[in-house]
Design a protein around this ligand. Structure first.
Ligand code: PXP
Length: 262
């Protein structure tokens, strides 16, 4: 357990998850858009770290992305992965700053729930030990649940990442009562985890609308955000990107014909 990593009410780190840049790249099977380039831009824009989930089916991030993220990027890499021998080998080969262990089911659209640390205690234990022996911090992605937090501390995790999905669903639904309930649960879970010496992270489904209340929790050290940022980047960047294409086309016509188009 790392006591150096506890920053109650200190600066809040932003981890940008670049998985869905790779989703768009893979839709065409080429190299554009490159998630490593996106990671560099995210870092320049204020991200403290980069998160990438290497799924067993490689639906977005690839093994080579992980290698390039680790070799060419300055910010710390948080490698999300299932607790399997294959993923352990990849982690020990690349030595990210942290491994965030997540449950994984091939047919799921995204990580749907947290790890069952209580039920998988014996399965997780050797993976956690080997990751820590490789000088990599261990994060466990869990539901907001007291027994899961206690089991994470007992297993020697450095970090728990609290699943903000239920809270974000409540925000998206505009359900004030559920928002209050989920926020209270997140606040109590953060206090408990922090008290047990765990660094507290959170993520899943966070948006401009839902982020502030989670960011305000004093024990929170890092938020990991992906899908919404990649989606919003379309709206933030589409205007200037289309303008640039328009201008390249117009200039080419002007050069070819000598007639100005605009
Ligand atoms: N944290 C974990 C453990 C995740 O699995 C994900 C999704 O890959 C995130 C954070 C980021 O969630 P989102 O993409 O919804 O922001």
């Amino acid at each position: 357990m790392s006591s150096l990593s506890l920053h109650a009410a200190g600066p809040l780190r932003l981890g940008v998850n670049i998985d869905h840049v790779a989703t768009i790249r893979n839709a065409r099977g080429g190299t554009h858009p490159d998630p490593v380039r996106a990671a560099r831009i995210a870092h320049e824009a204020g991200a403290d770290g980069i998160t990438a989930h290497l799924r067993e089916d490689r639906r977005h991030i690839s093994d080579d992305d992980i290698r390039r993220l680790k070799e060419t990027l300055e910010p710390p890499l948080n490698l999300e992965m299932a607790a399997t021998d294959e993923m352990l080998d990849i982690a020990l080969r690349n030595i990210p700053n942290a491994c965030c262990l997540v449950p994984e089911r091939r047919e799921e659209v995204t990580t749907e729930g947290g790890l069952d640390v209580v039920g998988s205690h014996n399965t997780l234990k050797p993976y956690i030990r080997q990751i820590k022996d490789g000088s990599i911090r261990v994060s466990l992605f869990i539901d907001v649940n007291e027994t899961q937090i206690q089991a994470s501390a007992e297993l020697g995790a450095d970090i728990v990442e609290l699943h903000t999905g239920p809270y974000c669903h409540a925000v998206n639904d505009g359900n004030t009562a559920r928002i209050e309930t989920e926020l209270t649960r997140l606040a109590e879970a953060s206090t408990l985890a922090h008290g047990l010496g765990l660094e507290v992270h959170a993520g899943h489904g966070l948006t401009f609308e839902s982020v502030a209340a989670v960011a305000a929790l004093p024990e929170m050290v890092e938020l990991n955000i992906g899908h919404y940022l990649v989606g919003e980047a379309i709206f933030g960047g589409l205007h200037s990107t289309v303008q640039r294409m328009r201008s390249l086309m117009d200039r080419a016509r002007e050069d070819a014909s000598g007639i100005k188009t605009a």
